[in-house]
Design a protein around this ligand. Structure first.
Ligand SMILES: NC(=O)c1ccc[n+]([C@@H]2O[C@H](COP(=O)([O-])OP(=O)(O)OC[C@H]3O[C@@H](n4cnc5c(N)ncnc54)[C@H](OP(=O)(O)O)[C@@H]3O)[C@@H](O)[C@H]2O)c1
Length: 302
């Protein structure tokens, strides 16, 4: 990944409106890699950083790397994302998702950069059937969700110019995700059981990246929900994957109680997009359309 050097800062340049320079943390991850590609496709100066460039839990390293890059915006995709493992290692999860986020936010403040913090539907308790608004009370049900919420609070406290972008059920070409798991199981088995009583919206990293590029160039700061449109259960999502991939595997819907996992999941992850449309941003395409394009991308790229 590109290194930031002193000369990159353009210290001798005459004072004028700064062109956008966007630093992406977690750039080797599922979302970060697509965000970086989307920035570059649009001719935006995008710099990627992952743990080999700097460890976000190291405050001095964050200040130093971000100081050298002097970005106008940081899109913070780096995170501890192993939701079930987090129940067994809450300290490490908090170190990365809370302390790491604080370090990035303070480094943003030091160079006067805005920050886009990627958050999650897991900040909500996940009860009922209505769509969560961005200002609804939070109430995370697991360690990962609690640390992501604390990360949100840190960003809002440290920075005046920030975006909090809550996403859910992410799939992209550079990561292990539900779609890939279903494709593998669908090729191996005639029937599978998938949870049918948790509802939410899938998010395709390529579609989200388009929105994040737009946000990086804007000053419409605030809290947003950004997933693909439409709602489904995991079982409904799995059926669509089988159908669109031409797999004969039958998907049997089961309850959350029949599929015990370490971390409690919200049953209702429906997220309202009112703040997105209300602030002039476009909605993402429907998740079924996104899924078709993703399957095509996997066929093309392998
Ligand atoms: N995946 C989902 O379904 C989902 C849902 C809702 C929200 N989100 C949020 O979306 C964002 C992106 O998720 P993702 O799926 O792209 O995650 P991901 O693939 O796990 O990418 C996260 C990246 O952060 C890096 N990282 C971890 N610890 C670091 C550290 N101390 N310093 C620097 N980099 C570090 C990871 O490196 P290593 O791989 O080496 O650890 C990885 O490359 C995260 O904020 C996540 O909380 C994800």
């Amino acid at each position: 990944m590109k290194k930031c050097t002193e000369s990159d800062k353009g210290v001798d340049a005459p004072k004028r409106k700064m062109p956008a320079r966007v630093l992406v943390t977690g750039a080797a991850g599922q979302l970060g890699s697509d965000v970086l590609s989307a920035l570059r496709e649009r001719g935006i100066d995008g710099i990627g950083a992952d743990i080999t460039e700097f460890d976000i839990t190291d405050a001095d390293a964050a200040i130093s790397f971000i100081g050298k890059c002097a970005p106008t915006t940081v899109i913070h995709c780096a995170a501890y994302t192993a939701v079930d493992r987090a129940e067994d290692e809450p300290e490490l999860c908090a170190l990365i998702n809370v302390t790491g986020t604080e370090n990035v936010a303070r480094a943003c403040r030091a160079v006067n950069a805005s920050m886009i913090y990627i958050s999650t539907d897991y900040v909500f308790p996940g009860e009922g059937e209505s769509f969560y608004e961005t200002d609804d009370p939070t109430g995370p049900q697991n360690v990962y969700g609690r640390t992501k919420r604390m990360g949100e609070e840190a960003v809002l406290k440290i920075l005046d110019r920030s975006f909090i972008v809550r996403i859910s059920w992410v799939f992209g070409k550079n990561g292990a995700n539900f779609v890939r798991t279903m494709l593998r199981l669908g090729n191996e088995r005639p029937e599978i059981s998938v949870v049918g009583d948790q509802f939410g919206s899938p998010t395709y990293t390529r579609d989200l990246s388009v929105l994040l590029c737009e946000m990086a160039l804007s000053d419409r700061y605030g809290i947003y929900h950004a997933t693909n449109e439409g709602v489904c259960s995991w079982a409904g999502f799995a059926r669509a994957i089988m159908e669109k991939a031409g797999l004969a595997c039958v998907v049997k819907a089961i309850s959350s109680a029949e599929y015990p996992v370490k971390a409690r999941r919200p049953k209702n992850s429906r997220l309202s997009k009112k703040s997105l449309t209300g602030n002039g941003f476009s909605l993402l395409p429907h998740w079924e359309d996104a899924l078709e394009r993703y399957l095509k991308e996997l066929r093309t790229d392998g």
